[in-house]
Design a protein around this ligand. Structure first.
Ligand code: HPA
Ligand code: ZN
Length: 326
């Protein structure tokens, strides 16, 4: 085990809380809530986690979320994630949640956000991990549906720092959500968007120019556009890169082909994150470890990545400085 990967103090900035649902907890919640699962065992579930692209993963991920029914379920899910990453020296985390995945099944927005929020509060006290919550719109659904979700978010304004965009990227460009993101920024939310995971660099430009994002989630396809690389270097607009996710969803064929080291060497503000760790075979520590081993990162590059994670966070300048001194 490479200790630096697990011992470096770090922040996680690209993490879908629904993607932290380990098969063991899925089975426990299915039993608690009387829900039938399409798998007969934990092992069978893990074996089914073989993906060919983003969509093949999303189908299984949305199905898994069906076991989440009560506020306690969302609490248990979130607290299990915090417990896990506290062992990997995560000091701050900014988590995504997908309210539409739950409200479309009849689970109230309030149930979801309160369960997550209460667990994060306990995590602050018991595990010394600070946190923020980012609401993601599902981009395969309409902008009208996003507006309906946004109305609910306004009722929990104090618990949500930002608005993001996830789900099936190709065919659902950021421009589809320009109006609702305009409203979100007017209401004081920060914005982020998944772009350039499977979608072209044009999607990254749209996220920047139309949604006015503070970070790009993934963004690895930026290398196809020299002007974009120059822009990202000059502005230091952060990319939240997820190496194991990219490998599992075949964005890159092998970890040695991953462009993270190149992005770092070009001077971009790159961060390392786990995306959906229960489905992609590792938490943030394993993501750091695999890139150090496969891309032969120097210790200095590992420190840089950890430093970037705090710099790119939505913490205040004062809070960042405190964490950067550790
Ligand atoms: N991309 C898009 N949507 C997602 C992802 C992702 O990597 N993970 C969970 N929802
Ligand atoms: Zn993601």
């Amino acid at each position: 085990m490479n200790n630096l990967s697990f011992t470096l103090p770090k922040a996680e900035l690209h993490l879908h809380i629904e993607g932290t649902l380990e098969p063991e907890l899925m089975f426990k919640l299915a039993q608690r809530n009387n829900i039938n699962l399409p798998f007969s065992s934990v092992e069978e579930a893990r074996k089914a986690y073989q993906f060919t692209n983003l969509q093949s993963f999303l189908n299984i991920y949305y199905q898994g979320a069906n076991v989440l029914q009560t506020q306690q379920d969302f609490y248990d899910l979130t607290y299990a994630y915090l417990t896990k990453v506290s062992e990997q020296n995560v000091r701050h985390t900014e988590i995504f949640f997908d309210p539409q995945t739950h409200t479309d099944r009849g689970i109230s927005f309030e149930t979801v956000i309160n369960g997550i929020y209460n667990a994060l509060e306990t995590g602050k006290k018991e595990l010394n991990i600070t946190s923020k919550i980012i609401l993601c719109f599902l981009r395969h659904l309409s902008e009208k549906k996003a507006f309906e979700t946004f109305e609910k978010a306004l009722l929990f304004r104090d618990k949500i720092i930002g608005i993001g965009l996830d789900s099936s990227e190709v065919g659902n460009p950021p421009s589809k959500f320009k109006n609702v993101f305009d409203q979100a920024r007017k209401a004081g939310f920060l914005t982020v968007a998944h772009a350039g995971e499977e979608g072209s660099p044009e999607y990254i430009w749209e996220a920047i120019n139309l949604l006015k994002v503070s970070r790009i989630d993934h963004g690895v396809r930026c290398l196809e556009d020299a002007k974009l690389v120059k822009y990202l270097r000059e502005t230091q607009l952060p990319l939240t890169v997820c190496p194991l996710s990219n490998l599992k969803l075949k964005v890159f064929n092998t970890m040695k082909d991953h462009n993270l080291k190149k992005l770092l060497e070009l001077g971009l503000c790159v961060t390392v994150n786990s995306d959906d760790p229960a489905y992609f075979g590792g938490y943030i520590g394993e993501n750091f470890q695999t890139i150090q081993e496969e891309l032969l990162l120097t210790d200095e590059q590992m420190y840089q990545l950890a430093k970037n994670s705090f710099q790119a966070s939505f913490l205040s300048q004062e809070e960042k400085e405190k964490l950067l001194k550790i």
